[in-house]
Design a protein around this ligand. Structure first.
Ligand SMILES: NC(=O)C1=CN([C@@H]2O[C@H](COP(=O)(O)OP(=O)(O)OC[C@H]3O[C@@H](n4cnc5c(N)ncnc54)[C@H](O)[C@@H]3O)[C@@H](O)[C@H]2O)[C@@H](O)CC1
Ligand SMILES: [K+]
Length: 528
């Protein structure tokens, strides 16, 4: 089986470096890259149009190379019979060299075109836009990765005008106005129907406002070699995205002679008087993803309640102090044997914040060498104790905070720079750091960052975090390294949410619905 490769997700700086190296070191001329990019974009435009001949396309082009891609697209669609109107904002002398060369080519074609299907318009301001005929497709080739500050006039107004059109909009490389590194809107941004992006995904397409504004994404291979993309993807702020094929390769496969213990034993330490649902969701998820034996350890007086809810999961009652938290000394008498036998540990879902319980959590984390998933109140027990993480994580821990939990642990951080922040803390703490959000991001101790490719707003409901933590521990229990387990759990859990949303929309999902959809998703998308 050929090795499945993840997709690099690049910053503007990394993309420029990849372009530069391809042009200067490998000798592939910039004009060729632009020609390939523009032709690839024209193919996408043609698919959006259905029939090209006789259709009207309005292409708005800036003076940089993004505009140059637009000029190539205009030439190709014109050659295929479309009526093409190209709008430029600058004199040819102000254009980048490759864009200017392509513009001059268009000028010659327009002069020689007897059919009258190619029109070049120069707009100094917005005067004249209303004289353009209504188009079947608008193309945004105003600005790409060169955007450096909030949009200036008249591009800002052009973007607004574009957003008022009824016909679909194809954005070249990135919707104009979107910051390619953060997904922030800089002043205003094009809301595209599709985005055709060159060489590799850009971070800004996947973060912040990116997913809302870029529509469906096509990545066009333009001649930048894979090894160059992989090298520049090591720059700070860059990330990776898993594909179904990669997850299929990583997910554990149950051996033909497996028995319940060899199939993976997970120990889940969870629950409190206040929270009896979280342990149920986490433990069930661990079993559902394939752990052969799941044991849920909870405070003793919660055990009878969980016994009525959990059928396949074994239960262990942990002694409590008079004050009502978990009793550290006595708990280990009960737990130690199981800590020897389990292959993975999850600590936190619904444990509550009782000071005795928090002390127990820290003692447990110092005591065990097991690969461990730490979620929810497990994370809260570590607030103010990040040295404990640094000392004991050793690449074996997966921390799964949401934004609030992460801020409590790390202090005030600027999460518009999500990738760098996760990169920095996963490295510093020596752990796998899964920061939940839309999208969720996973940092590895070596600095590699993954942006989740699946999932939708249906996941914004109580309990999905418990399910995710359960999926993580269930995968680690089956022998998957924590780093890969975190990426797989997110990808597969998100895929289950996507299947739910495809059938029932995003409003009605509850956390355990994820587990109802997981078996079909595992079978159909991941061959398990
Ligand atoms: N060889 C290459 O470098 C390739 C580049 N490609 C395309 O080139 C694009 C990058 O080209 P460039 O680096 O020329 O940059 P852009 O074309 O994205 O934009 C550069 C221009 O934008 C102006 N600008 C920047 N911020 C602005 C603001 N806030 N308001 C108004 N104007 C602003 C700058 O003055 C500059 O003229 C990519 O997005 C991609 O579409 C592709 O053709 C592939 C090859
Ligand atoms: K653009």
């Amino acid at each position: 089986m050929p090795e499945a490769l993840p997709e690099p997700v690049l910053t503007a700086r990394a993309m420029r470096e990849a372009d530069r190296r391809t042009i200067e070191e490998l000798g592939l001329p910039g004009r060729v890259l632009m020609e390939t990019a523009g032709r690839g974009a024209a193919d996408v435009a043609a698919r959006m149009l259905g029939t090209v001949a006789g259709r009207t396309v309005v292409c708005l082009c800036g003076r940089g190379n993004n505009g140059g891609d637009g000029f190539v697209l205009a030439r190709v669609l014109h050659a295929r019979g479309a009526r093409v109107h190209v709008v430029t904002l600058a004199d040819v002398s102000a254009m980048s060299d490759d864009a200017a060369a392509n513009y001059r080519l268009l000028e010659q074609l327009a002069a020689a075109d007897a059919s009258g299907r190619l029109h070049l318009h120069r707009l100094d301001a917005l005067v004249g836009l209303d004289h353009l005929p209504p188009a079947d497709l608008y193309v945004d080739a105003l600005l790409g990765t060169g955007l450096s500050s909030p949009l200036r006039s008249p591009i800002r107004e052009l973007v607004q005008w574009l957003n008022e059109r009824a016909a679909p909009v194809l954005a070249i490389d990135i919707p104009t106005g979107l910051d390619s590194d953060t997904g922030e809107v800089l002043g205003a941004a094009v809301a595209a129907t599709r985005t055709v992006t060159m060489g590799a995904l850009k971070v800004g397409l996947l973060l912040g406002e990116g997913p809302r504004l870029c529509g469906a994404i096509d990545v066009i291979e333009i001649g930048i070699p894979r090894h160059v993309l992989e090298q520049v993807a090591r720059q700070p702020g860059c990330a990776w995205r898993a594909t179904d094929a990669l997850i299929r390769q990583w997910l554990p496969r149950r051996a033909h002679d497996a028995h319940k213990y060899s199939a993976g034993m997970a120990l889940v330490v969870a629950g409190s008087r206040e929270f009896t649902g979280a342990p149920v969701m986490a433990a069930t998820a661990a079993a559902r993803i394939g752990a052969g034996y799941v044991l849920c350890a909870c405070p003793s007086d919660v055990r009878p309640i969980l016994a009525t809810k959990l059928t396949e999961v074994a239960l262990l009652g942990l002694p409590e102090t008079e004050r009502g938290g978990i009793d550290q000394e006595d708990a280990f008498d009960v737990l130690d044997g199981w800590l020897e036998r389990a292959r993975a540990l999850l600590v936190g879902p619904g444990l509550g914040r009782h000071p005795d319980t928090q002390r127990f959590v820290r003692a447990l984390l110092e005591r065990t060498q097991l690969p461990t998933v730490i979620d929810a109140d497990g994370l809260n027990a570590l607030v103010g104790f990040t040295d404990l993480i640094r000392e004991h994580a050793q690449g074996r821990w997966i921390l799964t905070p949401h934004t609030g939990e992460f801020r409590r642990l790390a202090g005030e951080v600027d999460l518009t720079r999500r990738i760098e922040v996760v990169q920095e803390y996963a490295r510093a703490w020596g752990c796998v750091l899964l920061l939940k959000g839309m999208p969720s991001v996973v940092g590895w101790p070596d600095g590699t960052v993954w942006i989740n490719a699946t999932g939708n707003p249906a996941l914004a409901t109580a309990g999905t975090g418990d399910v995710l933590a359960g999926l993580c521990v269930g995968l680690v229990a089956q022998g998957l390294p924590p780093a890969q387990a975190a990426v797989c759990a997110l990808h597969v859990g998100g895929a289950a949410a996507d299947r739910y949303a495809a059938h029932y929309g995003t409003a009605s999902m509850m956390a355990l619905d994820l587990l109802a959809h997981l078996p079909v998703v595992l079978r159909e998308r991941f061959d398990r």
